[in-house]
Ligand binder design. Structure first.
Ligand code: IMP
Length: 186
């Protein structure tokens, strides 16, 4: 077993490693530095950067990224699945979040932008809260699969349209805790 590679009970579905733990951590550091530079003097303790992540896939990326961001900030999460009503339509932005983003710079953080549906939906409802600006950061992007016209300001890695797991990304809710990103075996 390779060092630091969790493989227990996972061998049947984990294919080749796409991004190693150190490649991910290196890139996360770079993104954190870039975000810090961009919001230095803009985000203040009176007007902190509002960082928003969609559960659950973004958990590990957001936790690592935010330890590299050195400007005043607040961290919030939104659960998209809980935002659907019984007929399957999305409701409005939760009231506490709407208040939190009013007149603030918002950094929306995603694990992966695939077709762009989540990003497009969240961007739309975020504007209900009257933010001063919305920037988007994603660890992974599968541009080849895009169907929505979305703008991304910070991209960790542009990847081929493969189904990947690990570092927050799941297959049937499992494998999120792999410290690297692997391709799901067909
Ligand atoms: P989108 O809304 O079509 O851009 O898809 C984004 C969501 O689909 C992500 O937040 C993930 O939950 C899920 N997703 C898309 N591609 C993958 C993948 O390769 N592995 C795991 N989840 C994925």
């Amino acid at each position: 077993m390779a060092t630091n590679q969790l493989t227990h009970k996972s061998d049947a579905v984990i294919g080749e490693t796409l991004l190693t733990e150190s490649e991910i951590q290196q890139r996360v550091k770079e993104l954190g530095k870039q975000i810090t530079q961009d919001f230095e003097g803009i985000a203040t303790t009176d007007k902190p950067l509002i960082v928003l992540g969609v559960l659950k896939g973004v958990l590990f990326f957001l936790a690592d990224l935010m330890r590299e961001v050195d400007v005043p900030n607040e961290i919030h999460f939104i659960d998209i699945s809980a935002a659907k009503n019984s007929s399957g339509h999305y409701q409005e932005l939760p009231k506490d979040l709407e208040q939190a983003i009013n007149n603030r710079h918002v950094l929306f953080v995603e694990d992966i932008v695939d077709a762009g549906l989540t990003l497009s939906y969240v961007s739309r409802i975020l504007y209900q809260g009257n933010p001063e600006s919305v920037s988007v950061c994603t660890l992974l992007s599968k541009e080849a699969n895009r169907i929505m016209d979305v703008t991304i300001h910070y991209t960790g890695f542009e990847i081929e349209p493969l189904y990947v797991i690990g570092y927050g990304l799941d297959f049937n809710e499992q494998y999120r805790n792999l410290p690297y990103i692997g391709v799901l075996k067909k």
